[in-house]
Design a protein around this ligand. Structure first.
Ligand code: NAD
Length: 413
């Protein structure tokens, strides 16, 4: 079988996924980043690949697919360019930073012969794959309620995190509203149930980091609690990226015949029925480690996010080879972006509900095709047009900034 040739755009997260790609027998032929340091690091790992600092030149390289791992809210314009050339796209979250871009992405994906997939890896964690399998078996009946929680606190002294994941003072992580990083909590629920959010509300949990923290963040919201009404009458409650104490991510599908969830603080799942709904031959309450193919397990263990990165690329390459649409196609991806964007608008008004557009419909596209509100600084220097925090006046303290600048001072390196 001919190997798929892929290029990586953005060599920070992009570098982290080199092994996930190679373990799936694809060939990495090109890389692109404006940072010379990151290009050099890539060269050390893969001496034979072509490296670029400009996307235009990178996209002219002969390749079948691109992995977009550049700034969080800037994927769409690059995805559209690749789709126009019928180059397959796997794009990091979020699919689109504005509602206008959601429209542009769905239109481009429809016109293209190439596959578009969101690089949302949490649905591919083993316990989420198990939850999908059990739900799809039909034994639980229809989903009524589901929860998704992505909780990633960062310690006040974690200078590794600041150096690796943050950076300059206008970096997207310092402006990402509490609702925007939603795909790790919502993605696993949508992939399992295929329920589509149609109406959304959100509440902020305002709790800024105190002066112990080295940070330049303009977001004082610790977390957001988001509620979605779906097109099948079910309801989801999810977080964006939450920062409660106690790192974990957890999911629960509560259905007409029973529930399945991953157990907080463990990698087991718990499956429960009622006495009158328990399938013949099964225990009413099951508490187990999901089974895994032995060969896949060996490869998945070498990659990040509990194997989610490996299984995600496996699915992408399979979609390309078989010409099938992945679950995380442009419609699902842009719906998640729209939920995140509209949940932020709701949160700014303490829970006012918003209808989520259906980007399959031209009337919804026309309504949002010029909606370019953004809380981010652009890579081109463009300024935010809306606040990123429920308290728009919130700023990092002088002490936060002093400690943050100290981390990047030359003598600290
Ligand atoms: N799924 C996951 O588990 C996971 C984990 C980490 C990051 N991510 C996602 O990956 C993406 C990147 O995250 P990160 O932490 O690596 O961010 P980052 O800001 O550290 O890296 C982005 C890289 O893209 C480069 N870049 C941006 N615009 C460019 C341009 N126009 N031309 C050339 N290079 C450009 C930057 O120089 C930078 O090196 C984000 O979308 C983030 O949400 C996902």
């Amino acid at each position: 079988m001919k190997s798929i040739r892929i290029g990586i755009f953005g060599l920070s997260r992009g570098y982290d996924n080199v092994d996930s790609i190679l373990l799936n027998n694809a060939e990495i032929v090109a890389g692109c980043d404006q940072s010379e340091v990151l290009r050099e690091r890539m060269k050390q790992k893969l001496p034979n690949i072509a490296l670029y600092d400009s996307f235009d030149e990178f996209l002219n390289h002969d390749m079948d697919a691109v992995y977009l791992a550049n700034n969080f809210a800037e994927h769409t314009k690059f995805a559209v360019r690749a789709l126009e050339k019928n180059i397959h796209v796997i794009s990091e979250c979020t699919a689109s930073g504005t509602l206008a871009e959601c429209v542009e992405l769905t239109r481009a994906a429809e016109k293209s012969r190439a596959i578009y997939m969101l690089a949302e890896n949490y649905p591919y964690m083993l316990f989420n794959l198990e939850m999908q399998k059990v739900y799809k078996s039909g034994k639980l009946g229809k989903v009524l309620f589901a929860e998704g929680e992505y909780n990633h606190p960062v310690g006040p002294d974690d200078t590794y995190f600041i150096r690796r994941y943050e950076g300059h003072e206008k970096h997207w992580r310092f402006y990402v509203p509490a609702t925007y990083y939603i795909t790790h909590s919502l993605g696993p629920l949508m992939c399992a149930t295929h329920s589509n959010p149609i109406r959304v509300t959100a509440m902020p949990i305002y709790f800024p980091r105190d002066d112990r923290y080295a940070t330049a963040s303009y977001v004082g919201d610790n977390s957001a609690i988001i509620t979605c009404l779906n097109d099948d009458n079910s309801v989801f409650r999810v977080t964006g990226c939450a920062h409660f104490g106690g790192h974990e991510n957890s999911y629960r599908l509560a259905c007409e015949n029973g529930q399945i969830e991953n157990v907080r603080g463990d990698d087991k799942v718990m499956l429960r029925y009622d006495p009158w709904t328990t399938p013949i031959g099964e225990e009413q309450r099951q508490f187990y480690h999901p089974a895994e193919d032995v060969d896949d397990a060996v490869r998945a263990k070498k990659t990040g996010h509990a194997g989610g990165d490996y299984y995600m690329f496996k699915d992408f390459f399979q979609s390309i080879r078989e010409g099938t649409q992945p679950c995380l196609d442009a419609y699902v991806a842009t719906r998640m972006s729209a939920v995140a964007i509209l949940a932020h608008r709701s949160l700014m008004q303490y829970g006012v509900p918003y209808d989520v557009p259906d980007f399959r419909k031209e009337e919804d596209r026309v309504k949002y095709e010029n909606d370019r509100e953004t809380p981010f600084w652009g890579n081109d220097g463009s300024a935010p047009t809306i606040p990123c925090c429920s308290h728009p006046e919130f700023r990092p303290s002088e002490e936060n900034l002093r400690k943050y600048r100290e981390v990047f001072a030359p003598e600290a390196k």
